[in-house]
Design a protein around this ligand. Sequence first.
Ligand code: ADP
Length: 265
Amino acid sequence: MNAPLPAAVAAPFYQAQGDECRLFEAAWQQQLPVLIKGPTGCGKTRFVAHMAARLGLPLITVSCHDDLSAADLVGRHLIGDGQTVWCDGPLTRAVRQGGICYLDEVVEARKDTTVVLHPLTDDRRMLPIERTGELLEAPPSFMLVVSYNPGYQHVLKTLKPSTRQRFVAMSFDFPAPDVELAVLMQETGIAESQARQLVTLAGQLRRLTGYDLDESVSTRLLVYAAKLMMSGMSTQLACRTALAEPLSDESDTIAALLAVIDTQF
Ligand code: ADP
């Protein structure tokens, strides 16, 4: 008797904001690397997960940080049982599997680390593994996707122009109100009237200027607020906890956010 086939993995829910799904698919077909810019919590990671599942590709995600070395991406020799064994890093695994390698917050990585991406992002599509002498050719299905939040950047945290110009780039922002409404309802099961209140409040909070806010209310935080409401928290408490406190430690700023929340509810 044949073993049952594994159930097909359903693509995680993603509410499109425009043409981004078609664009991503075209970039994948043409073997082009993609850079996604946008504020934290606006749906970049969900979009990549959705597209990987839709295209039937394995997805390997790396959250970049300033200690990330080229060896962390490519691989290293490990010693065990008196033997030295080569261990592929996530980038090498994605190349071998012909999947998507997604480097989240790529500007956090050191510039000498991002240079290992260069031969993979031009028409060579090669990954030289210096330590083993291997030269891996990326299969046609391999795709490199990187993202960052332009809002966080300061002079030292930008992509080198020589790296940046190797990607086609897509700009994301918080979704339009009708899209955000659909996201909240689908993600949390919240009633439309309550979701609408949250989206209206988000619009007001995002327009708040003159305070020391690095980031404004994200779709992720709205999802959190809706989830707290679905667990029986009052709207006001849910919004205070999910939409005001996470955004700042400055008492004046929190007070201003709370004032907007209190006038809405
Ligand atoms: P980012 O990677 O931009 O920081 P995420 O992709 O992790 O943000 O999005 C945060 C959360 O917001 C997701 O887990 C999801 O619940 C929700 N979300 C944001 N945008 C969308 C969207 N367009 N469709 C579905 N869910 C979304």
